[in-house]
Design a binder for this molecule. Structure first.
Ligand code: 13P
Length: 343
C-alpha cells in the first residue's frame, strides 16, 4: 500500500455522514460494564455483545469503521465468520487498538504515560494480516490547576508520533488520540487552554517524526466544562470553543477529526457534534465521531445479555448511530430522539 492508499482509507473513515464505532474496551473494562448490569463476562458473552453491534441490519449506512480490541479481532461470530471479515463484508473497515494502556508516569505524580511501543511493528504486521486497516492509540491527559506537566504532555506526544509513524510504515492508518479528560471542576476555558497545548505538542512531534498528515486521523476531546464545574457551557459555546481550538492547532492537511465522547451523555455528544458541524466558520477537515460509550450504552442496557432482547438492542443502536450520522452532517435535531428506530 502506498501513501495514497493510506489517504483513501483515512478519507473513507470520514466519508460524509459516517463515523467510527469504538468497540475496543479491554476485557477488564468491558467486564466492569457488563457486571454493573449483572451480565456475566466471559470471552463468549463479550463476543455476543460485540456481534450484536456488528450485525445490526443497515448499520454500514452510518458506521465507516470499528475499532476492536485484541480479543475481539481474533474471535469468530456465532456463525463461524471472523468478526473482522464480518465487518469488511459490509464495507465497514476493521480497526484495532494497539496501545497497552495508560500507566503511572514515573516522576510525575497523578499523571500517565501510554505504553505499548515495544514490539509494535510486529503486532501491526499481524493485525494487518488479520484485516485491520487502521489503528488507535490513546494518550490520557489529566487536568487540574497544576496539571498537566510539560513532561506528561511531551512524552505522550512523542509516543503518539512513534506509534503513528510505525502504523504508516505497516500500511495502517493511525488514529492519534490525545484525550484531555473531562474529570474535574475546571472551566471550559481551562479545557481549551490545555487542549491547545497538547495539540501543539502532538503536531510538533508528528512533524518531527515525519508522519504523513494526509494518512492519519485525529481523535480529540471536545472543548467542554469539567464534569464537576459549577458552570456547564452551552452547546453553542462548546461548538465555538472546539472549532476555535482545532483551527489554531490542527493542520488543514489532516483529512478528518473524529471526536471521542469521553463520558458525555449520548444526547450531549450528538448535540455537540451537530452544533460543531453547523457552525459558520472555516473547517478544512471532516468532523465526525468515534464514540465508545455514547454509541453503546443505551444498546447495552436494552440487551442485558439476553438473546430475546437482541432485536430491540439493535434498533436502539441503529437509532443512535443514525442520530450521530445526522450530527456529522450538522443535521441532528432533538425531535429525532423520539422517532422510531427501525431501519
Ligand atoms: P468514549 O467515546 O467512551 O470516550 O470512548 C472512545 C474511545 O475510544 C476512548 O479511547
Amino acid at each position: 500500500m502506498t501513501i495514497t492508499d493510506l489517504e483513501s482509507t483515512a478519507q473513507a473513515l470520514v466519508a460524509s455522514g459516517k463515523g467510527i464505532l469504538a468497540a475496543d474496551e479491554t476485557p477488564g473494562t468491558l467486564t466492569r460494564r457488563l457486571e454493573a448490569l449483572k451480565i456475566e463476562s466471559t470471552p463468549n458473552s463479550r463476543r455476543a455483545y460485540r456481534e450484536m453491534f456488528f450485525t445490526t441490519p443497515g448499520i454500514a449506512e452510518f458506521i465507516s469503521g470499528v475499532i476492536m480490541q485484541d480479543e475481539t479481532i481474533r474471535q469468530k461470530s456465532s456463525k463461524g465468520t471472523a468478526l473482522a471479515d464480518l465487518l469488511a463484508q459490509q464495507g465497514i473497515i476493521p480497526g484495532i487498538k494497539v496501545d497497552n494502556g495508560a500507566k503511572l508516569l514515573a516522576g510525575s505524580p497523578g499523571e500517565n504515560i501510554t505504553e505499548g511501543l515495544d514490539g509494535l511493528r510486529e503486532r501491526l504486521k499481524e493485525y494487518h494480516e488479520i484485516g485491520a486497516r487502521f489503528a488507535k492509540w490513546r494518550a490520557v491527559i489529566a487536568v487540574s490547576e497544576s496539571l498537566p506537566s510539560a513532561t506528561c504532555v511531551n512524552v505522550n506526544a512523542h509516543a503518539l508520533a512513534r506509534y503513528a509513524v510505525l502504523c504508516q510504515e505497516q500500511d495502517v492508518v493511525p488514529i492519534v488520540e490525545p484525550e484531555v479528560l473531562m474529570d474535574g471542576s475546571h472551566a471550559i476555558e481551562r479545557c481549551e487552554e490545555v487542549t491547545g497545548q497538547v495539540l501543539h505538542a502532538v503536531f510538533g512531534a508528528l512533524f518531527d517524526q515525519k508522519v504523513s498528515l494526509e494518512g492519519m486521523l485525529l481523535k480529540p476531546n471536545m472543548i467542554i466544562s469539567g464534569m464537576k464545574c459549577a458552570r456547564q457551557a452551552s452547546v453553542e459555546e462548546v461548538a465555538l470553543a472546539t472549532v476555535r481550538c482545532l483551527s489554531r492547532h490542527v493542520p488543514a492537511a489532516v483529512p478528518g477529526i473524529v471526536f471521542l465522547s469521553g463520558g458525555q451523555s449520548h444526547v450531549a455528544a450528538t448535540a455537540h457534534l451537530s452544533a460543531i458541524n453547523r457552525l459558520d466558520a472555516p473547517k478544512p477537515w471532516k468532523l465526525s465521531f468515534s464514540y465508545g460509550r455514547a454509541l453503546q450504552d443505551e444498546a447495552l442496557k436494552a440487551w442485558l445479555g439476553k438473546n430475546e432482547n437482541l432485536p430491540r438492542a439493535q434498533e436502539v443502536f441503529y437509532h443512535r448511530a443514525k442520530c450521530d450520522s445526522a450530527a456529522a452532517l450538522g443535521k441532528y435535531t432533538e425531535e429525532m430522539e423520539g422517532q422510531p428506530a427501525a431501519a
